[in-house]
Design a binder for this molecule. Structure first.
Ligand SMILES: Cc1cc2nc3c(=O)[nH]c(=O)nc-3n(C[C@H](O)[C@H](O)[C@H](O)COP(=O)(O)OP(=O)(O)OC[C@H]3O[C@@H](n4cnc5c(N)ncnc54)[C@H](O)[C@@H]3O)c2cc1C
Length: 374
């Protein structure tokens, strides 16, 4: 039994056992580590999607619900289909991924089902934490608790249904990343569809805007889209709701190192974070093994700047939104598009994207961003 009056000594304390916390925890093999996470993985199930190559798909296979080498973008003027020979777009069950991580923790790593209620940094990367009256003293603290975000920031917000359909759907081998043939009056809006089989789909209504909508608004949008496609629902298996801030994480001056979304690992222009968190945690765990505990930056400054410019255009001139995403889909071939989404685009990929964008809104946004103090 632990004695609340005596601190428990740790090499590493990880606050939050989500994507970043558990990915890091399972890579630590010998250091005395605790991951503090109050919620069970099954209480947090949602779809985490990414583009992956065969080796990564193999590693993630215990949690993969579906994967596609074709994906598409649709607007009123038609559709663009990408087909890749290198990458697949894969959807994971977050709860199965987290349970898989839990099952592979080494003996020196403990999952503590408690919420951390106080953190005091010692300014050397470590400090004291307390949870339910028990104090812990750690040489290094990594904090993945979601940061507070301002209300009026640009956000990707979505609501989805996992459904079984009465009849098989056509083209179940294509993931629909963005179908813009929906109400655009309240902000950039699209339907996202992952067909796990020809009668088992995840259908989400996704908005990119500053204002969250009432849940019935997204439900109506999904129902309308299903009607338009003549898809009848046999049963609803699950609902999913999420809000992902598309704004830079406020910097924290408390001396505690952040990991995952809290460290800025969400790609600002897309809301994707799974791949960047995997990369950040792989680099960090290698550094820890080599004696360096500093958290690597998830993205370069130049990529963050470009994404901020893109988001500034979306926020200030939302009427361009559909055209921007469709132009990106039309301009880039499948593999270049994936490199772009993963933050690995080369010069040619960037030139192609810049050439496809309307110039004046981006010049204005780039100047405003360069002189902003955010
Ligand atoms: C519904 C949803 C769907 C998403 N889908 C995708 C996707 O398809 N692809 C993609 O790339 N990205 C996706 N994202 C974005 C991103 O990948 C996730 O947000 C990811 O979970 C971020 O990982 P993280 O570890 O930084 O934070 P989290 O996974 O949120 O982990 C933080 C953890 O901290 C815990 N915590 C909070 N307070 C305390 C406390 N006081 N003490 C201890 N623990 C605490 C929380 O319970 C949580 O488990 C999605 C996000 C959401 C919300």
């Amino acid at each position: 039994m632990s004695n609340p009056n005596r601190p428990i000594e740790l090499d590493i304390a990880i606050i939050g056992g989500g994507s970043a916390g558990m990915t890091l925890a399972r890579k630590i093999s010998t250091l005395k580590t605790a991951v503090f996470e109050p919620r069970l993985a099954s209480e947090r199930d949602c779809s985490w999607a990414l583009w992956a190559q065969p080796q990564q798909l193999e590693e993630l296979s215990p949690a993969i619900k579906g994967s596609w080498n074709k994906w598409r973008f649709i607007d009123q003027s038609g559709e663009v289909i990408h087909q890749s020979h290198q990458y697949r777009y894969a959807s994971l069950s977050s709860s199965q991924y987290l349970q898989h991580c839990e099952a592979s923790l080494s003996d020196s790593v403990h999952l503590v089902r408690k919420s951390i209620d106080r953190v005091e940094s010692d300014c050397r990367g470590g400090g004291q934490l307390s949870a339910k009256g028990q104090t812990y003293c750690a040489k290094t603290i990594y904090d993945s608790r979601p940061p507070e975000m301002p209300d009026n920031c640009l956000r990707q917000h979505f609501f989805g249904w996992e459904i079984r359909t009465k009849e098989p759907i056509s083209e179940a081998d294509i993931a629909t990343l963005m179908d813009f043939r929906v109400d655009q009056s309240r902000g950039l809006h699209f339907i996202y569809v992952l067909p796990f089989s020809d009668s088992h789909l995840l259908v989400e209504s996704t908005m990119i805007s500053t204002q969250l909508e009432d849940k019935d608004w997204y439900r109506n949008a999904i129902s309308q889209w299903l009607d338009d496609q003549n898809i009848q629902v046999q049963s609803k298996l699950r609902e999913e709701y999420g809000v992902i801030p598309m704004t830079a994480v406020p910097s924290q001056q408390d001396g505690v190192a952040r990991i995952g979304a809290a460290s800025g690992a969400v790609r600002l222009s897309s809301g994707y974070a799974f791949s960047s968190i995997q990369a950040q945690m792989a680099t960090l765990s290698n550094s820890i093994a080599a004696g360096d505990r500093q958290v690597p930056r998830p993205f370069s400054r130049s990529l963050i700047f470009m994404d901020k410019v893109f988001n500034r255009v979306l926020k200030t001139e939302p009427r361009y939104g559909v055209g921007l995403f469709m132009a990106m889909g039309r301009t880039l071939k499948a593999d270049a598009f994936v490199r772009f989404m993963l933050g690995h685009a080369g010069c040619i990929d960037w030139i192609q994207v810049i050439m496809a964008m309307p110039k004046w809104p981006f010049i204005k946004a780039a100047l405003a961003e360069a002189f902003s103090h955010d």
